[in-house]
Design a protein around this ligand. Structure first.
Ligand SMILES: *Cc1c(COP(=O)(O)O)cnc(C)c1O
Length: 387
């Protein structure tokens, strides 16, 4: 089946007891197994059947089947947040003495987890400045390598094919954070990536009303991650969130098409505007990652960043005068959002690390929603005129 069809139908069966077309929200912590013999069989793994919602619930199981089909994976596990996904993956697949690599930059929470928390488990963490830096300078002892194909907030492109080729040579597990592109535009498993994860909070949900995480991949790796995420860390997705996420995911292709069109138009408008110094958007032909995304993905995503002469003051004037863009972190919602990374999401970094990551005081990040592009452009235009 094609992607749009999978997004609607995969994992969804009419409820056997009532025929309800939509998967019900199973608000229950525990499941009666009826007899002592059945309890014994379920705990021994001999009989299928739910036991306790931390380990599995019918609403989240239906969502897991849908997401696995969309990523082209054997199996998916849904968890409480994107950060629960990252930490469960890394704890499940590494141990004391291992080396973990990541390609800079990664999401701030991921960066802090790897650099500050993971190292306390006796795991060595090394960052590389680009895909080419990893190819040239990787440690042969790397056990796991993690990256985002389009990075935050400067929208640098990482070529997943280069990372996979090196990882195969050295026997490292590859983990791709696919939050920005979604499986509608990019399916890492088809390029040989082992594990794909998402902050489901963003485009997969699309409506900005839940916190959610998703991990997908093949067989034994996902089973190990499931055990750590659900049984040990104890971070399952609740059934209400699972319901809302499956509802959001059904319209992912429709929403992404609208994000793509609006983001391209907004980026082209900004690139031609005399008050804008620089635009970061892989859909512009002059972007250094344009061809990599063209070759490997079905679109350039909905995130756009820009730099203004005049630093924080100019950025604040722009942001404070936008009427359609809410000033907020997060991304991938129906509504357009705008933020100043250096003073918010990246404020905890040292000025030197910010400079290295290209997070300057003049940088503004936009998450382009699904509004009409003409209205978004008119809003940006009137705010830029005030500079
Ligand atoms: C938001 C985000 C995360 C963290 O996800 P949460 O759902 O907020 O825990 C991880 N990676 C990327 C790329 C993100 O944008």
């Amino acid at each position: 089946m094609k992607f749009r069809t999978l997004a609607i139908h995969a994992g969804q069966q009419p409820d056997p007891s009532t025929g309800a077309l939509n998967t019900p929200v199973y608000l229950t912590s525990t499941f009666s197994y009826g007899t002592a013999a059945e309890g014994q069989a379920r705990f021994a793994g001999q009989n299928p059947g739910y036991i306790y919602s931390r380990m599995g619930n019918p609403t989240s199981s239906a969502l897991e089947q849908k997401l696995a089909a969309m990523e082209g994976a054997d199996e998916a596990v849904v968890v409480a947040s994107g950060m629960a996904a990252i930490s469960s993956i890394v704890y499940a697949l590494t141990q004391q003495g291992d080396e973990v690599a990541f390609i800079d930059p990664v999401y701030g929470g991921t960066d802090a987890f790897l650099r500050n928390t993971l190292v306390r488990a006796g795991i060595k963490v090394t960052s590389y400045s680009s895909d080419d830096d990893f190819v040239a300078n990787h440690s042969a002892n790397t056990r796991l390598v993690l990256w985002e194909p389009i990075t935050n907030p400067t929208l640098k492109v990482i070529d997943s094919r280069k990372i996979v080729a090196v990882a195969r040579d050295i026997g490292a597990i590859t983990v791709c954070d696919n939050t920005f592109l979604t499986p509608y535009l990019f399916r890492p498993l088809e390029l040989g990536v082992d594990v794909v994860m998402h902050s489901g909070t963003k485009y997969l949900c699309g409506h900005g009303d839940i916190i959610a995480g998703v991990v997908a991949g093949n067989g034994p790796l996902i089973q190990r991650i499931r055990t750590i995420a659900l049984k040990h860390i104890g971070a399952p997705m609740g059934p209400q969130e699972a319901y809302l996420l499956q509802r959001g995911v059904k319209t992912l292709p429709l929403r992404m098409d609208a994000h793509l069109i609006a983001a391209q138009k907004v980026a082209e408008f900004l690139a031609a505007h005399p008050k804008v110094e620089k635009v970061f958007f892989p859909g512009l032909p002059e972007h250094p990652g344009h061809q990599v995304i063209k070759d490997t993905a079905g679109g350039f995503g909905g995130m756009v960043a820009l730099e203004l002469a005049g630093g924080f003051a100019a950025a604040a004037t722009l942001l404070d005068n936008l009427t359609l863009f809410a000033q907020a972190v997060s991304l991938g919602d129906l509504e357009s959002l705008a933020c100043h990374p250096a003073s918010t999401t990246h404020a905890a970094m040292t000025a030197a690390d910010r400079a290295k990551a290209g997070v300057t005081d003049k940088l503004v990040r936009l998450s382009i929603g699904v509004e009409d592009a003409d209205d978004l452009i008119a809003d940006l235009s009137q705010a830029l005129d005030l500079l």
